[in-house]
Design a protein around this ligand. Sequence first.
Ligand code: ADQ
Length: 461
Amino acid sequence: MGSRSSFLIVANRLPVDRSIGPDGTATWRRSPGGLVTAIAPVMQSRDGAWLGWHGAPGEELEPFHDDGMNLIPIPLSEEEVQLYYEGFSNATLWPLYHDVVAPPVFSREMWETYKAVNLRFAEATAEAAAPGAVVWVQDYQLQLVPQMLRERRPDLRIGFFLHIPFPPVELFWRLPWRTELVKGLLGADLVGFQRPGGASNFIRLCRRLLGLPYKGNEIFHDDRVVTAQSFPISVDFGELDKLARDPQIVHRAKEIRFELGDPEHLLLGVDRLDYTKGIGTRLEAFGELLDERQVEPGEAVFVQIATPSRERVEEYRRLRDDIELQVGRINGMHSMIGHQPIQYLHQAYDRHELAALYLAADIMVVTPLRDGMNLVAKEYVSCHHDLRGALVLSEFAGAADELRQAYLVNPYDVEGVKRQILAAMRATPHEVARRMRAMRRRVSTYDVDRWAGEFLTALES
Ligand code: ADQ
C-alpha cells in the first residue's frame, strides 16, 4: 500500500476473518458482528484504511487489500490477547460499563497491557494517516487512542464512537484508572454514544472528575472543544429487507416452521452468549408460562440461537453452563415425544439462515439487562416486510429509545416479561401490523448509512 490514507478506521479487530481452504490456502472473509456490519459499506465507499488486529496471536502481517478495503494488521501476542482483550476490555470495562451485571476485575497488569496495546494502535495510526486525515476510533478497547494520537498528530480530525453504554458517574468512579481513561477520550474532537444518556454521563464525569467547563454538549478542554453527542447505530435496512423478500428465504422461513412442527407461536432469541443479554431471564419467563399452563404444551416453540463468545473468560464459561442447565430443566419438564419447547443452538449462523429465522419468528424476544443498542432487534424489524412479527424488547437496550412500538419490558421483572410475551401472543394481526409498520418506518429512515453519515458530518464540520 505505502501511501497514506485520508480516512482511517481504528478498531480492535479487522473486519475480516481468515479461513483456510481444503488445499491449505488462506482467504479472508468478512467477519460477522455489529461493528463490521455497520462500517464496512462506509469504508468501501471512501477508499480508506482500517487498522485492527487480524485475530491470530503472535503473528505479524503486512498490510493487505481485501473486500474493497486497505487493511493494516496490528499484531497482538498471546499474552496481550489475555491481558488487554480478554482481561481489561472484557473482564474490566465490559461488566463495569454494563451496570456491573458481573463483577469487574481490577488488575494493574491488565491495565498496563491495555495502555501498551493502545499505544501501538496510536503509533500505527499516526504512521498511516495523511496530513489532516479523518480518523474514526471504535469502541471501549481503544479509549486511550484519541489522546495518544493527538499528542503525535495534532493535525488530525479525531472521532471516537462507543458501541456499549457509558455508565453513570457513580459506577465509572470505581475505576482506579478513571482519570487516564477520561483524558484518553478527550483527545477526540467528537465522542459519540449510542444514547443521549451516555453523552450526558460523560459530560457530568468530565465536570466532576476534571472540573471541566461545558456548554450544552460541548466540553472545554486544553483550549479545544470536545463534543459529546449521541448517534444511535443502525442496520442496513435496505439490504435486509431485500434479503428477506428473496423467494429462497421466504421458502426457507416456511420450511423452518414446518421442521419445528408448525407451532402456533414461534419465539426467537438471537444473541452472542453474553451475560448482559438476559438469555436466562427470557427462558425463565417462558418456562414459567409453561409451568403455569398459560402456554399449552405444543402451542409454542422457543428457538434460542447463542453464538459462542469470549469463551476463555471465566464468567462466559459459567454462563454457558447455567444456560444449558436451564434449557435442560425446562425441556425435561415440558417436552413430549417429537416436541421440545426450547430449541437451543450454541452456534453462529450465516446471514441467510438468520434472515429466514427472523422472518419465520412470530415473536422476537430481546431482553438484555443492559445493551448499547442491540442490532438484532433492528434486524428483525428490517426482515418483516410481511408486517407479521412482534418484538419484545428490554427498556435497557439502546434500541428501546427508537422502537417505542415494541412490547417493552423491564428484564428484571419476570412477571412483566411473561405478561408482555403473552400480550404479543394474543395480539390481533392488525395490532401486530400497526406496531411493525411504525418500527419499520423508523429503522428504514434511520439506517446505518444515516448513522455513519451523521457522525462523519459532525466530525468533519
Ligand atoms: P453485540 O453485543 O455483539 O454488539 P448486537 O448489537 O446485537 O450485539 O450485534 C450482534 C450482531 O451479531 C448482529 O448483527 C447479529 O445478527 C449477529 N449475530 C448474533 N448472533 C448471531 C449468530 N448466532 N449467528 C450469526 N450472527 C449472529 C455491540 C454492542 C451492541 C451494539 C453493537 C453495535 O453490545 O449494543 O448494538 O455493538 O454498535
